[in-house]
Design a protein around this ligand. Structure first.
Ligand code: 1CP
Length: 353
């Protein structure tokens, strides 16, 4: 793997990595860097290896998961791998009839609407996903000192896919259910919190060194609704790995008004999208959490001078937080030139904390 003396020596352990140190607010020589959706269609080697294999199927083949997860680590020299999977994998594993449709995203055959639908969400156990345990073990052995980030979808974001039946801009059905039948909403989210928490636990038990809870669409909510209807369930999911000694990253898009509440749900690191300056985010978080972010993915298409100035600005602002993990404000767009990502990694590696 592409690595440098600063990141790791052959004997170093991922718990001493720049990523884990920054997440815990411990000093490091420079900010660690990785990218959300770093594995995926921006890489020609990903498109080649995925040829003829459906997305959900690819997530369940340990040999394939291992190779795809390692691709961006090898190519870009990022400071962390993120487990190649999807937030809906554990839902499919417990029996929900869904598919990941190319160019669309997760599509649920029978959207959730009534109490009877809860019967389709049994608890997730390690026996549902022996392949996940195997994939994580294979990966951790290959990665050596480079940390593996395990992840899960947060209850709200998962509930949105189940209730809407697929991607949604407004989350209208989800919000309607939340307010029209709060008891059903809470029961649905309690089941999803168990599934998310168990999926995280399984990855950490197999060797993941950090976790990220993706509440990608939580920014659609008011703070009041977030605190009442969502935060208690995300807290349960995050608490599932509280005793396992791994830092927890909590991320959402458009969550400027929710940052403190997302930290308070039980994270060490709060992910910030590009809409709020990192220094402002650090202030809103009251110095209690490390931050992750937050280059606007759209700027990956700007001239290098623009990207460079933005990266330098973000690293500078990151110094105002107890710890900073450099990342984008959301996932890598599929059309991204991968060389730009490699160049960003090299630039961040040249900057001190
Ligand atoms: O065939 C393909 O390549 C399909 C594209 C794809 C990929 C590569 C999907 C469908 N999921 C993934 C992998 C994936 N998904 C990863 C691992 C790769 C990496 O980060 O390097 C991760 C962490 C996810 C998590 C995920 N899936 C999120 C949270 C992150 C985010 O982007 O906010 C969400 C919301 C999903 C749902 C999903 N799965 C796939 C798509 C296109 C979507 C989004 C659909 C929508 O807009 O609602």
């Amino acid at each position: 793997l592409r690595s440098d003396a600063d990141t790791a020596s052959a004997t170093a352990h991922p718990r001493d990595s720049l990523l884990v140190r920054a997440a815990r607010g411990r000093p490091g020589s420079r900010p660690p860097v990785w990218f959300m959706r770093q594995a995926g269609r921006s890489l020609p080697e990903y498109r080649a290896i995925r040829e003829g294999v459906a997305m959900l199927e690819s997530c369940r083949r340990p040999e394939l998961v291992t190779q795809i997860t390692l691709q961006p680590v090898r190519r870009h020299g990022v400071d962390a791998a993120i487990f190649f999977s999807d937030i809906v994998v554990p839902l499919a594993a417990v029996g929900v009839d869904l598919d990941i449709v190319p160019g669309v995203g997760p599509v649920v055959a029978q959207p959730f609407a009534t109490r009877a639908d809860l019967d389709r969400l049994p608890a997730l156990t390690p026996e549902h996903v022996p392949d996940i345990t195997e994939s994580v073990r294979l990966l951790v052995a290959e990665l050596g000192p480079t940390p593996l980030i395990g992840f899960a979808g947060a209850p709200f974001t998962l509930a949105s896919y189940l209730v809407e039946g697929g991607p949604s801009k407004t989350h209208a059905r989800t919000k309607a259910l939340m307010h029209a039948d709060p008891q059903l909403w809470h029961d649905l989210c309690a089941r999803l919190a168990q599934i998310s928490g168990a999926f995280l636990q399984i990855q950490v038990a197999a060797g993941a060194s950090a976790i990220q809870l993706f509440d990608s669409w939580a920014g659609a909510l008011s703070l009041a609704d977030y605190v009442q209807f969502v935060q208690p369930h995300s807290r349960v999911a995050l608490a599932a790995v509280a005793e396992l000694d791994v830092p927890r990253i909590h991320f959402g898009v458009g969550t400027g008004e929710l940052l403190a509440a997302m930290g308070d749900a039980g994270a060490e690191v709060v992910g910030v999208d590009f809409r709020v300056d990192l220094a402002e985010a650090a202030q809103r978080l009251g110095g209690r959490y490390a931050v992750q972010g937050n280059l606007d993915p759209a700027l990956l298409f700007a001239p290098w001078e623009v990207v460079e100035a933005q990266v330098r600005r973000i690293v500078e602002q990151g110094r105002t937080a107890p710890g900073h993990i450099f990342n984008l404000g959301h996932g890598v767009p599929p059309e991204t030139d991968p060389d730009v990502l490699t160049r960003i990694v090299d630039l961040v590696k040249s900057l001190a904390t």
